[in-house]
Design a protein around this ligand. Structure first.
Ligand code: ZN
Length: 292
């Protein structure tokens, strides 16, 4: 299960996920925010039916069911109607700059007089104890049961969110509650927002963070494709530090194809001879930029 984004469609292992186009959409957007929701319902089918019905005047880009199944309702660069009246960092009407993901989850639960835990939304279906978690919503309502998000669903949501954030260089993820706190409470306190955000956005940051320490600070051996060893690892470290390519090189000490491409990209940017060979000038330029 590897999610990617191709031409504004989410793909799973290279194939587009199920597409159920919604008429409830507007024009082209440049998304800078990802917004997480719950459906306040029980099944993906009912959510998709609502979000593709003209009468509902509501939609989202994606629906993720409780087993991790993903359905897309509109291209990711189209405006969908998931946020309503909302604002984020001083910008209002978030539909105009955000992608919305709906997770199938019925939200808050009630304890019936007979002790059964049921959904707050109609029909008040019984939710098994293993599907309920006691949690406190930051909006101040009393601590109560909420329906849990199954691991398979969170895993799929993370994969999809990561692919989207990489494709559109999105740096922020919010809950519907965060952008419309007086009207909304989804995705609710059962959604692990903090770990979700760090797992979706953190990885890219980690990749930007070089981990090795370059050996022999003043040595500048000539290196080319096929070479290996600690100086190659140092070269990779410096290329990462200089952000030669967007996704960081693995600092494995093997001068392969990717290292060569990164080196050529760096040499071009630095105005050096772009021959893919690390000579004394390249080492000097890599270290100069590092020290800035
Ligand atoms: Zn919502």
């Amino acid at each position: 299960m590897v999610f990617t984004v191709e031409s504004h469609f989410v793909c799973n292992d290279g194939l587009r996920v199920d597409y159920r186009p919604t008429p409830n959409k507007g024009g082209i957007i440049v998304p800078t925010l990802l917004v997480m929701h719950y459906t306040a319902g029980f099944t993906a089918a009912s959510a998709i039916a609502t979000l593709t019905s003209p009468a509902s005047q509501a939609s989202a880009h994606l629906v993720i069911d409780r087993h991790g199944g993903v359905t897309q309702l509109a291209p990711l660069n189209n405006k969908t109607w998931h946020a309503g009246k909302s604002s984020w960092r001083g910008r209002s009407m978030c539909n105009g700059f955000s992608i919305g993901i709906e997770l199938v989850n019925c939200g808050p639960l009630l304890e019936r007089a007979d002790g059964e835990i049921v959904a707050e939304v109609a029909p008040r279906k019984v939710i098994g104890g293993e599907d309920a978690v006691m949690a406190h919503h930051p909006n101040g309502e009393r601590t109560k049961y909420w329906q849990v998000y199954p691991e398979a669903q969170i895993e799929a949501a993370e994969g999809v969110a990561r692919a989207i954030c990489e494709a559109y260089r999105i740096k922020e993820i919010a809950g519907h509650y965060d952008i419309a706190p007086t009207r909304k409470r989804d995705p609710g306190p059962a959604f692990p927002m903090a770990s979700f955000v760090s797992r979706v956005l953190g990885r890219a940051d980690d990749e930007d963070e070089p981990v090795a320490v370059p050996p022999a600070r003043f040595a500048s051996p000539e290196l080319r494709r096929g070479d290996s060893g600690e100086y190659v690892a140092a070269l990779q470290y410096l290329l990462n530090l200089n952000k030669a390519v967007i996704s960081a090189l693995s600092q494995d000490g093997d001068f392969g194809f990717k290292t060569e491409l990164a080196l050529i990209a760096f040499q071009k940017r630095a105005g050096l001879v772009a021959d893919g060979v690390a000579g004394i000038n390249t080492w000097a330029a890599l270290r100069a930029r590092k020290d800035q």
